[in-house]
Design a protein around this ligand. Structure first.
Ligand code: CUA
Length: 161
């Protein structure tokens, strides 16, 4: 079968691109350990009151170690009554905080300014990640996923003292 020269170039380009995507997936799984959420990290967004998200808030688990349970909803981050609305979380300098975050309605984002923590919040999934807060300052938690009319006012604040 005769293949036009240009068509052949396109086929080669597509083959290389697909190969690169497959290689990137293999590297993500084997080198970086990126996985789909395990069943234990899935919850029913209609029944958050039966999970750890029934009582959002910050808990000290050891010296300089904290757990923060946060529920994202249109258009706020609920970190419990003590944190207020918009939520303000305070940690001493040098803290390591593990965040457990989920969404109760639509997809939201959870990005902490000037830190390498950026989660996508999918209803029904628990997003978990840790961050170290070594520099005093005020850092915003930003919803970076367009989530509706109040998206631009959806934020929280972390104060490192
Ligand atoms: Cu929530 Cu944008």
């Amino acid at each position: 079968m005769e293949i036009n020269k240009l068509e052949r170039y396109w086929l080669i380009a597509v083959g290389i691109t697909l190969g690169a995507f497959v290689a990137a997936t293999i590297v993500a799984v084997t080198v970086f350990g990126i996985r789909l959420p395990a069943p234990v990290e899935r919850i029913d967004p209609q029944r958050l009151d039966q999970t750890i998200f029934a009582k959002p808030g910050v808990r000290k688990i050891a010296d300089n170690r904290y757990e923060a349970v946060i529920v994202a909803k249109s258009w706020a981050f609920d970190a419990g009554p003590e944190a207020g609305n918009p939520a303000v979380l305070r940690f001493p300098r040098g803290s390591q905080v593990t965040f457990y975050v989920t969404s109760k309605d639509v997809m939201h984002g959870f990005q902490i300014e000037k830190h390498t923590l950026n989660l996508e919040l999918v209803p029904g999934q628990v997003a978990r990640a840790s961050a170290n807060f070594n520099r005093p300052g005020t850092y915003h938690i930003i919803c970076n996923h367009y989530c509706g009319a109040g998206h631009q006012v959806m934020y929280g604040v972390i104060i490192v003292e």
